[in-house]
Structures are given as structure tokens and as C-alpha cells.
Design a protein around this ligand. Structure first.
Ligand code: GAR
Length: 205
């Protein structure tokens, strides 16, 4: 089944682009039906425009409350009848309403539960991994719940940390892993193969 994706982003949109590239290559049975950005200057909005995808910007500071911010985003997702909401470098706190449990995915640039939680995003994660001296990091795709980087883990890929790594070189290798496992997890969802029991995810064969 071709599933309808809502993509939420705040930045460059390389994650959105990777999803669009997989759809174009026929390796992801999905359609991006809307893009919502929490920043007006996100380059991801330009990528959406080029791909002819309807987009919307919702700025937290223009909302009177966190509830209004959440409501405006979910109204857009529901209006476009998205089956799955994909966080793609979305850097604002979003509450997940009950009916959307296990219908919102995120990719985190580390092996959850290490190097995650509030304030751990983008380059902060890679800096923390290098500072701690971890020898292994990676990427995690998980369902999103109402705690930071906490929901059921769908896929993980490990990436070695090299002595000569800088946050940028490490980010490049971790993002290469993200580009593999995020479309894979979305494809499993499209195929109806993801089973969640408590917080344990099984991929049906
Ligand atoms: C993603 O690649 C991911 O590593 C990170 O933001 C990047 C977004 O890049 N996500 C997180 O840190 C989530 N906690 P993009 O804006 O170019 O898609």
C-alpha cells in the first residue's frame, strides 16, 4: 500500500530529500502529502516547494500556547490525511495525541538510550559522543511518545567512532546510516509489518 506521509522539519531537509529520493527510486512505497516547518527559513521548505508538496510554517512564538502549536500542526497532518508522521530534523517539542501513538517516527543520531534526551540534537550529540570517548555510536529510528527520544525502537545501526573523528566527520557517517534505516523503517510501516507490544517492536517476516 502507498502510505501518505506528513514530514515535520526545522532545518536543511536532507532527511526529507532522502525520503523523496527513495520514493523516486521506487524503494519506498509512500507519498509525501505535506511538509510542516517550525522555522520560516528552513531550507526544507524550499525542497518541498521544488517537489510540489504543500507546506506550512507554524512558529511556536506566534502561538499563544504549546497546545495551540500542537493543534495547528495536527490539524494540518489530519487535513492531508497522513497515515504516518515523520520527524525529519524537527527541533520543537510536539505532544503526541493518543490516536497517533505508533504513528509518528523520528530518527535520532545516536544509539538510544545513549546520548539522547532534551538538548541532545544535531551536532550536540556528536560532540557529546566524542567528549565521552565512546567507541561506538549510530542511528536510531523510533516511534515518538511524549518523552524525549523515548518511544519504541524500530531500527538501529551502529557506527564506529574513529580516533581522528571530528563532530562533522562523525555526523557524516551517522547520517549515512540514517539514510539507510529511516526509509527502511517507513517501508516496513507501509508494508504493515511493524508490531508493537508494550515497547517491543517486531518486524513481521
Ligand atoms: C538529522 O539528520 C538527525 O541527525 C538530527 O537532525 C538531522 C536533520 O537534518 N536529528 C536529531 O538530532 C533529532 N534529535 P536535516 O534538517 O537536514 O534533515
Amino acid at each position: 500500500m502507498t502510505i501518505r506521509l506528513a514530514v515535520l522539519l526545522s532545518g536543511g531537509g536532507t532527511t526529507l530529500q532522502n525520503i523523496l529520493d527513495h520514493i523516486a527510486a521506487g524503494t519506498l512505497d509512500a507519498e509525501v502529502v505535506c511538509v510542516v516547518s517550525s522555522r520560516a527559513d528552513a531550507y526544507g521548505l524550499e525542497r518541498a516547494r521544488k517537489a510540489g508538496i504543500p507546506s506550512l510554517t507554524v512558529l511556536r512564538k506566534e502561538c499563544t500556547s504549546a497546545e495551540e502549536f500542537d493543534r495547528r500542526i495536527w490539524d494540518s497532518v489530519h487535513e492531508h490525511r497522513a497515515d504516518l508522521t515523520v520527524l525529519a530534523g524537527f527541533m520543537s517539542k510536539l505532544s503526541i495525541p493518543g490516536p497517533n501513538a505508533n504513528r509518528v517516527m523520528n530518527v535520532h543520531p545516536a544509539l538510544i538510550p545513549a546520548f539522547c534526551g532534551q538538548g541532545m540534537y544535531g551536532h550536540h550529540v556528536h560532540e557529546a559522543v566524542l567528549k565521552y570517548g565512546a567507541k561506538l555510536t549510530g542511528a536510531t529510528v523510533h516511534f515518538v511518545d511524549n518523552e524525549y527520544d523515548h518511544g519504541p525502537i524500530i531500527l538501529q545501526a551502529a557506527v564506529p567512532v574513529l580516533d581522528k573523528d571530528t563532530p562533522d566527520t562523525l555526523a557524516d557517517r551517522v547520517q549515512a546510516a540514517e539514510r539507510e534505516i529511516y526509509p527502511q523503517a517507513i517501508q516496513y510501516f507501509a508494508e504493515g509489518r511493524i508490531e508493537v507490544c508494550n515497547r517491543l517492536v517486531r518486524i513481521r517476516h
